[in-house]
Design a protein around this ligand. Structure first.
Ligand code: CAA
Length: 502
């Protein structure tokens, strides 16, 4: 019969630990929360009170129910109080030495039947298990931030995990209202292995000056429909944790995509760790965003549009409706737009080669419409600041959020998205996780509107493959080269990777 785990210990009551304690207490279980000292314990109590208080304020929980939940949690600084726990979950900082010392201690204190679980984001569960006398009863139980909200739990088993234990922990996760996916012990498991590569890539684009923080965040939130842009999410996860996960991933994969971007190291060294310290990529409590530098927009009456098909025609209609005179040209012959005040080249590829063919190259910017709400505006090295400002304003008049970026292959959205989709295909191809688990992981772990393989099917395998080829040609980054499986599916005329994967 499956174990029920009535009494649960949680060691470490930071953001994650306190969230995990809340989840167990909400399920009716008795929780013993352990912290190193009284100060940390009080901080943990604060997390628990604030998180449940937020639910009370929103009318999702009565004050009585809040009292009951908090009443189920005993807070202590003594690990000896875990002697009766059926399960103990560790949520302390991501430092292997600390974890091994803690697990040796738990091994001594806890009853022999107790399961010892780690909420590590990326460290080796096998290495943690090996330091105890009960490696078969040590497992990974990985929650996502904020733990009370995100529906996913990754259950990580090792080569020495007792038969049936992963199933028991998965059943436990279900009893908490979560959806489990089970994975082997590889750095980053399923979700962080995909997520952190993408978040780190956003840092690399920022550092390369391809686009700014707010533009990249807006691009991914409004353009792709993710719940948060990458920098907002990095601040939520914590830059120290993010750095550490990248580091561990890089150590295992040796993939430059995982090598932590220098800006992460710099912020971590400066103690700017994100929300928890009040400042990371953003400052919290920031009253008003800094006023952007005032730029004089070019005075515009004629708008040139380079591109064919319905997108150019629709844009021309919108431009006309906004009170400007549109002139459309195909890229083969740019003569009609030669005298336009600004020229919008519809493209997701670099447009500087079009600019140099115009009599006024400084008047051209690339424009990539993303979904219904976003337009990426790519300025080339020749685009004048007046043109950039005019296109920015024009895009707003057209009721879209402008994302200002440099003239690089796939600009921002597709550069970040396609590389991430490629990583997901690589994971599928390696046999490490099933298509269903990959999609469920990203949907429920990160609140994405769809999993990567679902997104790939929706965008089209060929479009993504071609975009990746363009990215590779531009950056020569091996991780951008289309994974052989993707290439072969396109060649074979397969339209759905999910159907192919069964
Ligand atoms: N604690 C508890 N509850 C919280 C919370 C918190 N810190 N933040 C938000 N919530 C709750 C709110 O109370 C609200 O609940 P109800 O729907 O019951 O009212 C709900 O979440 C939505 O909150 P808001 O409306 O205030 O805000 P939102 O719509 O912007 O959603 C969010 C906030 C749920 C965090 C959403 O932005 C989101 O899903 N973001 C993505 C988060 C993510 O990717 N997490 C995974 C990170 S990776 C990780 O954690 C693993 C690792 O090892 C690094």
């Amino acid at each position: 019969m499956a174990q029920t785990f009535e009494t649960v210990g949680v060691v470490g009551l930071g953001t994650m630990g306190a969230g995990i304690a809340e989840v167990f207490a909400r399920s009716g279980r008795r929780v013993i929360g352990v912290e190193a000292d009284d100060v940390a314990l009080e901080r943990g109590r604060g997390h628990l009170e604030r998180s449940t208080g937020r639910a009370v304020a929103k009318g999702k929980l009565t004050e009585d129910a809040q009292r009951e939940i908090l009443g189920r949690v005993t807070l202590t600084t003594s690990r000896a109080d875990l002697a009766d726990a059926d399960l103990v979950i560790e949520a302390i900082p991501e430092i292997m030495e600390f974890k091994r010392v803690l697990f040796a201690d738990l091994d001594r204190v806890c009853k022999p039947s107790a399961v010892l679980a780690t909420n590590t984001s990326s460290l080796s569960v096998t290495a943690i298990a090996a330091g105890t006398s009960r490696p078969g009863r040590v497992i990974g139980m990985h929650f996502f931030n904020p733990a009370p909200v995100m529906k996913l739990v990754e259950v990580i088993h090792t080569v020495v995990t007792d038969d049936g234990l992963a199933d028991d922990i998965a059943a436990l996760a279900r009893s908490l209202g979560k959806t489990p996916i089970t994975a082997g012990d590889r750095a980053g498991f399923v979700v962080n292995r995909l997520l952190l590569g993408y978040l780190n890539h956003a840092c690399v684009l920022l550092e390369a000056g391809v686009a700014g923080r707010d533009d990249i965040d807006a691009a991914m939130k409004l353009g792709v429909g993710l719940p948060m842009g990458p920098f907002t999410l990095l601040d939520l996860i914590g830059l120290d944790t993010s750095y550490e996960v990248c580091e561990v991933l890089f150590r295992e994969t040796r993939d430059r995509r995982h090598a932590p971007a220098p800006v992460l190291r710099e912020l971590v060294t400066a103690g700017l760790l994100g929300r928890k310290t009040g400042r990371g990529f953003y400052s919290y409590g920031e009253v008003a965003p800094a006023t952007p530098e005032a730029r004089q927009a070019a005075s515009v009456s004629t708008v040139g549009i380079v591109g064919g098909g319905p997108e150019a025609a629709t844009l021309a209609t919108a431009v006309e409706r906004a009170g400007f005179k549109p002139v459309v040209a195909e890229s083969a012959d740019l003569t009609p737009v030669g005298d336009a005040d600004v020229v919008l080249a519809l493209s997701d590829r670099p447009v500087v080669e079009l600019a140099v063919r115009l009599p006024h190259p400084e008047r051209l910017a690339g424009l990539h419409l993303v979904g219904d709400g976003v337009a990426e505006v790519a300025s080339t090295v020749l685009t004048s600041p007046e043109t950039t400002a005019a296109v920015h304003d024009l895009v707003q008049i057209l009721d879209r959020t402008p994302v200002m970026c440099g003239d690089r292959a796939e600009f921002v959205v597709n550069a970040l998205l396609y590389a991430y989709l490629n990583d997901a295909v690589r994971m599928l191809e390696s046999g490490y996780a099933s298509a269903g688990d990959i999609d469920t992981g990203m949907r429920l772990g990160c609140g994405y509107p769809a999993g990567p393989l679902e997104m790939l099917d929706a965008i089209g395998l060929e479009a993504v493959r071609d975009g990746l080829r363009a990215l590779y040609a531009e950056y020569r980054e091996p991780a951008f080269a289309p994974v052989p499986l993707l290439d072969q599916l396109v060649t074979a005329g397969v339209r759905s990777i999910r159907e192919y994967a069964g």
